[in-house]
Design a protein around this ligand. Structure first.
Ligand SMILES: [Zn+2]
Ligand SMILES: [Zn+2]
Length: 324
């Protein structure tokens, strides 16, 4: 887009500092951040105050691009205030109860805000400096002279960060700039990964883990069944949510998630019955050579060719306990 009657709110002063029209000083000279031509502050009574120059070919995109990188560079060099970079940190919960889910693929990870101060991470900024180690010239390069770490600030008006630049592994903050409001944003705001105009490449906040997360724990959505054998040989099931399981009642022998693989559930319940009734006092189809499978109280009988309740053993003439 070419703005012929270019009305810009920003210009560079004689020392290259980006200046808003509201902060111009009389008799100082200003130049266009885009085409570098001289600009005049127009502060009339009728129109919105602006800088004007007579360059019909001045590109608004290059004005925005240069004004934005100056804005960042000036902010880093001139203000002592922290410049926040807000990322997300993964917090993984390591609850002991996780073991009872019997599925390593289940995990609970929450994303929380992790706030860093760019001024604490880096102590120098350079404008359009060629980086020998990568061959790139970032819009602004931040550098830490103590540990040699660096980061690129890239202003995206018409050209996004190239894949080659991202592949360099250098942490990059890409700020998308569409209009002069974004210049103000660069001068004043925190830079958050949640902002639609911020893209972070090669940046990551270290993961952390906690013993238990107290809220938003995704593990709590899992349901368990706990089994006991009554004095009369009946199997009793109680369904409990993850939250209501206390650690001392947990045992892999009598407690498992309702979603546990059926085959493993069958093995588990057979083991439980054997363990709780070692002298075979109670008849239970789960111990019968003719039975297989377990589906919430039912087993399938090879002799009767049907599914029967596990208590059928008490009245079944084919009941035959598996020899251990
Ligand atoms: Zn210009
Ligand atoms: Zn959790």
């Amino acid at each position: 887009m070419v703005v012929s009657s270019a009305q810009y709110a920003y210009a560079n002063d004689c020392s290259g500092v980006l200046t808003h029209i509201s902060n111009v000083i009389k008799h100082n000279s200003y130049t266009c951040p885009g085409c570098r031509e001289e600009m005049v502050a127009v502060k009339g009574k009728v129109n919105v105050h602006h800088f004007r120059h007579n360059n019909a070919t001045c590109s608004y995109e290059s004005y925005l691009h240069n004004a934005a990188k100056n804005a960042f560079y000036n902010r880093f060099n001139e203000s002592k205030e922290p410049i926040a970079l807000i990322m997300q940190r993964a917090i993984t919960c390591q609850s002991k109860k996780k073991l009872f889910l019997q599925d390593d693929s289940i995990s609970c990870t929450n994303l929380v805000e992790a706030k860093f101060n760019l001024r604490g991470l880096f102590n120098e900024a350079s404008l359009e400096l060629y980086d020998k180690s990568t061959g790139f010239t970032p819009d602004v390069m931040l550098f830490n002279t103590d540990n040699d770490s660096k980061c690129y600030i890239e202003i995206f008006v018409t050209h996004e960060c190239t894949e080659e630049k991202i592949a360099s592994g250098i942490p990059i903050i890409e700020i998308s700039v569409n209009d002069e409001n974004d210049i103000k944003y660069i001068q004043e705001s925190d830079f958050s990964i949640n902002d639609i105009n911020i893209f972070l490449y090669n940046f990551s906040a270290k993961e952390k883990s906690v013993q238990e997360c107290h809220q938003n724990c995704s593990l709590t959505s899992h349901k368990f069944e706990t089994w006991t054998l009554s004095a009369s040989g009946r199997l009793n099931k109680i369904e409990k949510s993850f939250n209501h399981l206390s650690e001392n009642e947990l045992s892999l022998n009598n407690c498992w998630p309702v979603t546990l693989d059926k085959r493993i559930q069958t093995e588990s319940i057979i083991n439980l019955v054997k363990e709780m009734d070692p002298r075979n006092i109670y008849s239970n189809c789960l111990k019968c050579t003719n039975a297989s499978g377990w589906d919430d109280g039912q087993v399938s009988c090879a002799i009767k060719h049907s599914s029967v309740p596990y208590t059928e053993a008490k009245v079944c003439k084919y009941y035959e306990v598996v020899e251990v």
